[in-house]
Structures are given as C-alpha cells and as structure tokens.
Design a binder for this molecule. Structure first.
Ligand code: DGL
Length: 269
C-alpha cells in the first residue's frame, strides 16, 4: 500500500504523526521536516505556499497516496494551492480539525487560540471557528518563540515557564471575567510540547486542545476504503532538509523516543 506523506517545517508535525500512527498503525508514512527553512511562521504567505508546494512535490515524487499538512502555518497559506496542484490526491490540513476540536470542547463559545505570527495574522483559525460557530468569540495571540524553543528541545523549566507566562498571562488578563476563554487551542503543531508549562499559567477551568487527534481522525475517515488491515506493521521513513542530528535530538520530545539520526535522509527541495 502506498505511504501517507506528512510534512511540517520541523519536528512540530511529529505531534500529528504520533496521533496518525495510533489511529492507523498498519500504514506506512513518509515524514518530511523542512528544517533548513524553519521557521515558516515568520515568513510571508507566498513564501510558505512556495515551500509547501516543494515539500509536497518531494513527497508526491515518492509515491504517497494522501498528503497531511502537519503545520498550521502551511495549512493556513497553502492548502488551496496544494489541492489545486494535486486534484486527485487527498490533502488534509490541521486548521479545520483544530477548529472543530476547539468548538467541540468549548461550552462558553469563547476560545483563545495561539499560533505562529503567520497563522494568527492570516486569521485562518478565526475564520474556521466562526464557520463552525458563528457566535464564537476568538482571542488570538502569536507565540513565535515557542517554535525555536521546541526545535531546541527547551520545553520545560524556568525559561519555558517564563515564555508561557509572557504570552498567556496578558491573553487571559485581557478577557473580562464573564468572557474568559474556557478553551485554549494550540494552533501550532510545535506547541503541544509546552502543555505542562502552559497548564501552569492558565486558570484551572481552561481546557487545552490541539489538532493532532482530530486531524488523525479526519485522515482515517478519508482513507477508510483503502486502509490496510493489521494492528502494527506500519513504518515511518524520515526526511529532513538539514541536520539529521538536530532533528533526531528534538524528535524525542514529540515522539517519546528519539529518531535515530542515521535513519534520516537529508534531501534538497
Ligand atoms: N509547526 C508549524 C505550525 O504548526 C510552524 C512552525 C514554524 O515553522 O514557524 O504552524
């Protein structure tokens, strides 16, 4: 059975890959981290769309039967152009599934979303949430530093805690008591690595959601008729555009176990 292609700017998409492997244990995956050009979140939508098309071409060239855009920034800027370029290929992003998870978790209809500068400035989450729930109120906050810190493996301890406070305290302080968000959507696939330090900053009633599980469910549904049988015979082929050692080091935070640097092929896009 042909593999499923998954890409992100770096290791953040591993949060989605992990959920995909749980739901689809018999599938073969090719994961591409465009580590040479990370971060995507500070770049223009045009540049992110161009990079995304190049990532997709590398994966399509390796025979994938479905493409998962495991990056919110790329999903926000490039999903339409990817679908136009590959009309026969199922292309699934993380924004719609993430918005669905937030709306489902949110009784109060007031949702806070954090993401990269590009994702937040483009308003993709704000639009996706209001399509699902037109009365929802969305508070959005870019948190660019988290991406570099996640790639560095710096997701716990005093520095990570201080950065979480820096971004999140004003977001929740800004909201009036009667409209304080009850849901925080992690709108960047790098951010689930910070769940512990983020949890410590939030009022206790706030639920944290991300798009990994709902994206995996969307992929499973999409591939329902072509899924291989079996419980665990799947595999992952690893691709990155720079430094296998760095990718391997930061992967452990996201996967629970580190990827072996020798198993990562460095490719040029
Ligand atoms: N992990 C990516 C996302 O979900 C982007 C990180 C970056 O490259 O800025 O948005």
């Amino acid at each position: 059975m042909a593999p499923i292609g998954v890409f992100d700017s770096g290791v953040g998409g591993l949060t989605v890959l992990r959920a995909l492997r749980r739901v689809l244990p018999a599938e073969h995956f090719i994961y591409l981290g465009d580590t040479a050009r990370l971060p995507y979140g500070t770049k223009s939508a045009q540049t992110v769309a161009r990079y995304s098309l190049q990532c997709a071409a590398a994966l399509v060239g390796r025979g994938i039967r479905c493409l998962v855009v495991a990056c919110n920034t790329a999903s926000a800027s490039a999903l339409d152009v990817l679908r136009q370029r590959y009309p026969e290929l199922p292309v699934i992003g993380v924004i719609e599934p993430g918005a669905a998870a937030a709306v489902a978790a949110s009784a109060s209809q007031c949702i806070a979303v954090i993401g990269t500068e590009g994702t937040i400035a483009g308003g993709a989450y704000q639009a996706a949430i209001s399509r699902l729930c037109p009365t929802a109120r969305v508070l959005a906050q870019p948190c660019a530093l988290f991406v570099a810190m996640a790639e560095e493996g710096l997701t716990e301890g005093p520095i990570a805690a201080a950065v979480a406070r820096h971004y999140l305290e004003p977001l929740f302080a800004r909201a009036a008591a009667d409209e304080c968000p009850h849901t925080l959507l992690l709108g960047c696939t790098h951010f689930p690595a910070f769940t512990t330090v983020i949890r410590d900053v939030l009022p206790t009633q706030v639920r944290i959601v991300d798009s990994a599980e709902t994206t995996a469910a969307a992929v499973a549904l999409q591939l329902e008729s072509t899924r291989p049988a079996g419980a665990s015979s799947g595999s992952v082929r690893w691709l990155a555009t720079d430094s296998a050692a760095r990718f391997a080091h930061s992967s452990s935070v996201f996967l629970g176990a580190a990827v072996n640097a020798a198993d990562i092929d460095i490719i040029d896009l």
